[in-house]
Design a protein around this ligand. Structure first.
Ligand SMILES: O=C(O)C1=C[C@@H](OP(=O)(O)O)[C@@H](O)[C@H](O)C1
Ligand SMILES: C=C(OP(=O)(O)O)C(=O)O
Length: 418
């Protein structure tokens, strides 16, 4: 990967796009498949794997729990030989780095071990919420050292059974509990105590578990075991949103190869939002195409299912013909940064009329002035705000290297558009 400078100027595109892109593997599917493979005694081979900071965190985490991992980043493959965590009696330590998925998924798996596991991460991750998963683990039999934040030491075994967990802060708590469910003595039967956000990610969890031989009925998992599986991971739909967004801001056509009608990722729904704004969208079993032939209209949309694409929409909305209002995403204030405040602050610094409210933001169209965009250690700020620079001169991205969390080659792939 070429070294990125501290500040990266973005060069405007001079012609409408007419191109196909295949983003790297899905972060969310990679981290689920790695964990399911690590819990399956035997050898699984994963292809189309994302190699980025968040998935390296999961690779380290499953190794710490006893899986044997052989990774080939060039070929985007990983071979995992899993072990039954209930046999793990030694002390272990996991560094989840910046990764919400790694930390929220590994805590329940680690709590299956009779040995103690300490789970920790970066300062950023230490400031993110963990209360719902920590209290649920205590309720199903774990010993847990912390109530709300990392670091947390957990120790099993887990008896499982009925458990209550909230859904309004993050879906990752539920996904993590479900994945550990079959290895709990009584299985797991989850009751949500508040409305679930990011719903498609839970469907994805169930689909990946099923591929590794574990069915989930509703939110109930019966005791059982994972089966080693060869598993192909599709490209990342959240990453794809930046290329669809690029077409939306400059006009033309972008096709995402590998993201077909059977995609497991809710974020393919970003194309539906562009369609509501006036884009033409077509799909095949193996691709997604967006065509833009005139100015887009603003939109009023609930993005609680697809919140990782909300910042992409904020950039697109700047060039629409009417205001855009995004609702249902108050919970993104507790991601890598307060994403509502970050996106509104940076657009306002660029001279755009943007306002935040409790659960979303409103963007009124305008012409951004030359601005060095701050990125708040949030990969999605860097990737989404770079779209402004494809159309408006003088946009620079501060700390572009933060994209390493999910897409280390992003700026190389973006530059390839011209
Ligand atoms: O389960 C997953 O893979 C994810 C769920 C979402 O988080 P929340 O459930 O916290 O919204 C999403 O933002 C994140 O990037 C990945
Ligand atoms: C919120 C994100 O990641 P995570 O919660 O997995 O750290 C993201 O990738 O936008």
């Amino acid at each position: 990967m070429p070294e990125l400078p501290q500040v990266l100027p973005i060069t405007p595109l001079t012609a409408p796009l007419d191109t196909s892109v295949r983003p790297p593997g899905s972060k969310s599917i990679t981290n689920r498949a790695l964990l399911c493979a690590a819990l399956a005694p035997g050898t699984s081979t994963l292809t189309g794997v994302l190699f980025a900071d968040d998935t390296l965190a999961m690779l380290g985490a499953i190794s710490a729990l006893g899986a044997t991992v052989a990774a080939d980043p060039e070929a985007a493959t990983v071979t995992v030989t899993g072990v039954d965590p209930r046999l793990g009696t030694t002390d272990a330590a996991v560094d989840a780095r910046y990764s919400g998925t790694t930390s929220r998924f590994i805590l329940p798996a680690a709590a299956l071990r009779p040995g103690r596991t300490v789970v920790d991460g970066s300062e950023q991750l230490r400031s993110r919420p963990f209360g719902p998963v920590l209290s649920a683990l205590r309720d199903v039999g774990a010993s847990v050292s912390s109530d709300s934040f990392l670091p947390a030491t957990v120790q099993g075994p887990l008896r499982g059974g009925p458990v209550r967990v909230s859904g309004h802060i993050s879906s990752q708590f539920l996904s993590g509990l479900l994945m550990a469910g079959p290895l709990m003595t009584d299985g797991l039967d989850v009751e949500l105590t508040s409305a679930l956000v990011s719903v498609p990610y839970v469907e994805m969890t169930k689909a990946v578990m099923a591929a590794f031989g574990v069915p989930v009925e509703g939110l109930t998992v019966t005791p059982g075991s994972y089966r080693p599986t060869d598993y192909a991971i599709e490209p990342d739909a959240s990453a794809a949103s930046y290329f669809l967004g690029a077409a939306a801001v400059t006009g033309g056509r972008v096709t995402i190869d590998g993201l077909g009608t059977g995609s497991l990722q809710g974020d393919v729904g970003f194309a539906d939002v562009l369609e509501q704004m006036g884009a033409q969208v077509s799909r095949t079993s193996d691709s997604l195409t967006v065509r833009i032939s005139g100015p887009l209209r603003g939109v009023d949309v609930d993005m609680s299912d697809i919140s990782d694409t909300a910042q992409t929409l904020a950039a697109v909305a700047v060039y629409a013909s009417s205001p855009t209002r995004v609702r249902g995403i108050g919970f993104i204030r507790r991601k890598e940064t307060d994403r509502l405040a970050a996106v509104v602050t940076e657009l306002r610094r660029a001279g755009i009329d943007a306002t935040e409210d409790e659960d979303g933001f409103t963007i009124r169209p305008g012409a951004p002035r030359p601005t060095r965009i701050a990125t708040y250690d949030d990969h999605r700020m860097a990737m989404s705000m770079s779209l402004l620079g494809l159309r408006s001169p003088g946009i620079e991205i501060a700390d572009p290297g933060c994209v390493a969390k999910t897409y280390p080659a992003y700026f190389t792939d973006l530059a390839a558009l011209s």
